[in-house]
Write a protein that binds this ligand. Structure first.
Ligand SMILES: CC(=O)SCCNC(=O)CCNC(=O)[C@H](O)C(C)(C)COP(=O)(O)OP(=O)(O)OC[C@H]1O[C@@H](n2cnc3c(N)ncnc32)[C@H](O)[C@@H]1OP(=O)(O)O
Ligand SMILES: O=C([O-])CC(=O)C(=O)O
Length: 378
């Protein structure tokens, strides 16, 4: 086969214009609709950020109240969807259940299939509201239990943690998740968002586009890395063993999960926040083992791979935050999805608003034309 001249993985290729999110990968700057992620994480709630992504502007106080109430009002997931999920194999992974659950939700949304701006925003609000309920419900269903009643708290983070744990979270837990949701909400043309936009560009419905996105997010090179990071820390088990473990892994040329990024060639601005929150939660809970292991892994990786511009990404410290809050490891990627839904939905709406089918070409490197030999003569 001939060698290809194509840029592998579409690295650096600009696929479309967008006014939602931009990243300066050299400087480590991320902004949503012009607002720096550091300001959003410090001064805005996830509901404000979801409003910004979906509606285009940060809300004023009245708009925020109305938006938060609207999300709380739309939060319930049809019983039939939970009943269907309860019939699936008990060993099904939460991301598989989420993918199936979102696909099923389409059939309960009378607007599904309508691709006007207004209908897409309505469906987006339903999805932003329902995904946390779905993720919390999946947690109960796979233990053979009935999901708890819908929590109508104004804050998505508080209501999700209350439904997941069966009791109110501490204020540090609620604030940590709120900031984590903000940090994960959008990231330009990442793989799952691009998958969503490719599906939406065929004028398929929003639920199909989000189902495509969930499938892409699930992979270990993308959102699935946060779960793998926690599993890695558990394998290491002891801060004293971390340095030798990482060095041996790098020696074998194996990848460290939660490290590296296609766009950031410096420290991911979101990882700084997540690291600090992970430290605070470790301090509050008295369980600092995971934070300490991740701190050593980070130090050794930067020492060894810093010159290759490899640093922790958003998936590196999120897991230790969630784990210390008592959240099961295989719910980490579903939690990523219930935040990224606001970005996915904003991108799908933007795609519908100015649509053209996304259909690139392939550089053909297969065999030259040849003569078919009938089967009995081969
Ligand atoms: C939310 C998100 O999706 S953030 C990303 C989450 N994914 C992960 O954390 C998985 C681990 N990281 C990776 O696999 C990669 O860094 C990716 C997928 C994120 C980016 O991949 P790419 O831009 O295609 O980089 P690629 O895989 O080609 O790596 C480039 C070089 O860095 C090395 N490298 C990249 N990531 C890592 C890593 N995590 N550990 C060790 N080495 C790494 C590669 O081995 C390669 O080295 P080489 O040039 O000597 O062959
Ligand atoms: O942008 C990417 O390639 C991966 C991603 O979704 C993120 O870092 O949040």
């Amino acid at each position: 086969m001939a060698d290809s001249t194509v840029q592998a993985g579409l690295e650096g290729v600009v696929a479309a214009a967008s006014s939602i999110c931009t990243i300066d990968g050299q400087q480590g700057i991320l902004s949503y609709r012009g607002y720096d992620i550091r300001d959003l994480a410090e001064h805005a709630t996830y509901e404000e950020v979801a409003h910004l992504l979906l509606m285009g502007e940060l809300p004023d106080r009245d708009e925020l109240d109305a938006f938060s109430e609207e999300l709380a009002r739309r939060r319930a997931v049809p019983d039939a969807v939970f009943e269907m999920l309860a019939h699936l194999p008990r060993e099904a992974e939460p991301m598989e259940l989420l993918r199936t659950g979102v696909s099923a939700l389409a059939m309960y949304d009378p607007l599904s299939g309508q691709v006007t701006h207004e209908a897409a925003i309505e469906q987006a609000l339903n999805l932003v509201a329902q995904l946390p309920t779905l993720v919390a419900g999946i947690h109960w269903i796979r233990q053979g239990k009935t999901p708890p009643a819908v929590d109508r708290s104004r804050s998505v983070a508080t209501s999700f943690l209350a439904m997941l744990k069966g009791h109110a979270p501490t204020s540090l837990e609620a604030r940590t998740l709120d900031v984590a949701l903000t940090l994960h909400a959008d990231h330009e043309f990442n793989a799952s968002t691009f998958a969503a936009r490719v599906t939406a560009a065929t004028l398929s419905d929003m639920y199909s586009a989000v189902t495509s996105a969930i499938g892409a997010l699930k992979g270990p090179l993308h959102g699935g890395a946060n779960q793998r990071v926690m599993e890695m820390l558990q394998t290491v088990g002891d801060p004293e063993k971390a340095e030798a473990w990482v060095r041996a892994k790098l020696e074998r040329k194996e990848k460290i999960m939660g490290i590296g990024h296609r766009v950031y060639k410096t420290y991911d601005p979101r990882a700084r926040f997540l690291k600090e929150m992970s430290r605070q939660l470790a301090e509050e809970s008295g369980e600092d083992r995971w934070y300490r292991i991740s701190d050593v892994v980070e130090r050794v990786v930067i020492e060894e791979l810093g010159e290759k511009a490899l640093y922790p990404n958003v998936d590196f410290f999120s897991g230790t935050c969630y784990y210390v809050m008592g959240i099961p490891t295989d719910l980490f990627t579903p939690i990523f999805a219930m935040s990224r839904i606001s970005g996915w939905a904003a991108h799908i709406v933007e795609q519908y608003d100015n649509n053209r089918l996304i259909r690139p070409r392939a550089e053909y490197i297969g065999p030259a034309p040849r003569t078919l030999v009938p089967i009995d003569q081969r």
